[in-house]
Write a protein that binds this ligand. Structure first.
Ligand code: FES
Ligand SMILES: [Fe+2]
Length: 489
């Protein structure tokens, strides 16, 4: 039987220009030097739902800093977290057809996701049962078998051993005893999820309220346009923490302040996961004197210009006329709807709040899902070779409402690019630029603990769940609200 070249398409070499262009067109605005917004901020803004209030008797939450820099802690994660937790492997769009495959690696672990000839999606540990060679690398299509490159043992796509060269030398070797090790697999929101623990609770239980809470977005209409991986100089938790609070908007994303209410962003936590709902088109209450329609227009243009059909590199100019009885937010909403519609997204059924809001979900432990009406982005942080490194994967989706048009979309390119070449948009690029500083600071001897506000409670929730998964008892997280009341709003 002829073998299939498993290295197949990808990854480093494959169509980086197309992938990064697709990413640039689906994230917010282009990164470039912008004028920092100089509006005066106040520290006495009303306490909104993003900040929340805590019982005055409680101390701030404190989390040991060594969790972000210690090799010992990273080893504990490798042993007890990654082999047991549900995690995203890849977009479903990468494994739609029989023979499509994707190799999901996390630390030392590797899982092959493959669509069988029978149309069933399966996942296996990526290891040959002869002498442990890795079976498969990268992603691709057209696979008809899983053949080890070392001594050419061969399995079918259902994981059954089919062929052993010079079989007689092994004595009695039964194919049925040498199937590939199955991995639990599931699908939700255009994503393939895997869990290496055969005894883990089903995916539906792990996801808690996420499917019901996101059902309004019609997640099946999103199509993946690109998967881009970038190495970052920080711990995976330093990376994901930057997407788990909006406290830093007034520090790092000053341009957002006139058009983003970072104070009244509904924040929720279930058990493992959390969510933030962030309104756009209105100024932050942190702005002492509010913002004029022109300031709101310029702010939205600079951070999210592509969403309203303009290049954020261009100068905004005066805002469009505002009809009587309307606001600049209404004007932006109308532009956003027409831009989305022109790109094939039916957004008529979404109300104003849904169109002008970012719905962000923090999925334990290492993912954030960002839903906009016209697009969907997955940000995943994977551990790197040392605690000071990680891999950031961005899966970028567009809404395409017509089912035939969706099916006609090409398989998304999968590429790895250096951080400086990743077209991550202004806001993400600001986050990324700060991560190395955030990681280096964590090494300083005087810095023993992070001190967290209620506004950063999604980070606290990560750590409380993390230590539960790692078997750390008693809890090393002190202060804050009691764990029993963790489902704070
Ligand atoms: S290690 Fe795979 S065939 Fe030998
Ligand atoms: Fe940020």
């Amino acid at each position: 039987m002829p073998g299939v070249v498993l290295a197949a398409k990808n990854e480093e070499g494959a169509e980086p220009v197309a992938a990064t262009a697709a990413l640039a067109s689906t994230l917010m605005s282009d990164a470039r030097a912008v004028t920092v917004f100089e509006g005066e901020l106040t520290d006495t803004a009303p306490v909104g739902s993003a900040i929340g209030t805590v019982d005055g008797r409680h101390e701030p939450v404190r989390v040991p800093a060594h969790r972000y820099v210690s090799s010992e802690f990273a080893r504990l994660e490798q042993e007890r977290l990654w082999p047991r937790v549900w995690q995203i492997a890849c977009p479903v769009d990468l494994v739609r057809q029989p023979g499509d495959f994707y190799d999901h690696t996390i630390g030392t672990l590797s899982v092959i996701v493959v669509r069988g000839g029978d149309g069933v999606l399966r996942a296996f540990q990526n290891v040959c049962r002869h002498r442990g060679n890795e079976l498969c690398h990268g992603s691709g299509e057209g696979l008809t078998e899983l053949r080890c490159g070392y001594h050419r043992w061969c399995w079918d796509l259902e994981g059954r051993l089919r062929e052993v060269p010079s079989r007689k030398g092994f004595g009695v070797l039964r194919n049925d005893d040498y199937g590939l090790a199955p991995v639990q697999v599931g699908e939700w929101s255009g994503l393939v999820w895997v869990n290496l623990d055969p005894l883990a609770d089903p995916l539906g239980e792990f996801l808690e309220a996420l499917p019901s809470d996101t059902a309004w977005t019609r997640p099946d209409e999103y199509v993946c346009r690109a998967v881009v991986t970038t190495a970052l100089p920080c711990n995976w938790k330093t990376g994901i923490d930057a997407f788990s609070e909006t406290y830093h908007v007034q520090g790092i994303h000053r341009e957002m302040i006139p058009s983003t209410d970072d104070v009244n962003s509904l924040t929720r936590i279930w058990g493992l996961h959390g969510a933030l709902t962030q309104p756009y088109g209105i100024p932050s209450p942190r702005l002492r004197h509010g913002a004029t329609p022109q300031e709101i227009w310029e702010s939205f243009w600079r951070q999210q210009g592509e969403r309203i059909g303009v290049s954020s590199r261009d100068e905004p100019g005066p805002h469009p006329p505002i009809p009587a009885g309307s606001t600049i937010r209404d004007v932006i909403e109308a532009r956003l709807r027409s831009t989305a519609t022109a790109a094939g997204a039916d957004v008529v059924g979404f109300d104003s709040e849904q169109v002008m809001t970012l719905s962000q979900y923090n999925v334990f432990p290492n993912v954030t899902l960002l839903y906009l009406v016209e697009g969907f982005t997955v940000l995943r942080m994977r551990p790197g070779p040392t605690p000071d490194e990680c891999l950031m994967d961005v899966f970028s989706y567009r809404r395409i409402t017509d089912a035939d048009d969706r099916r006609a979309q090409p398989r998304p390119p999968v590429v790895t690019v250096p951080a400086e070449h990743a077209p991550l948009g202004l806001v993400f690029s600001q986050d990324i630029a700060n991560l190395q500083r955030a990681q280096r600071g964590l090494h300083q001897p005087s810095f023993t603990h992070l001190t967290l506000s209620h506004e950063e409670r999604r980070i606290t929730n990560l750590h409380r769940n993390l230590e539960r998964h790692l078997g750390i008892e008693p809890s090393e997280v002190t202060g804050g609200q009691p764990w029993e009341t963790a489902s704070w709003q």
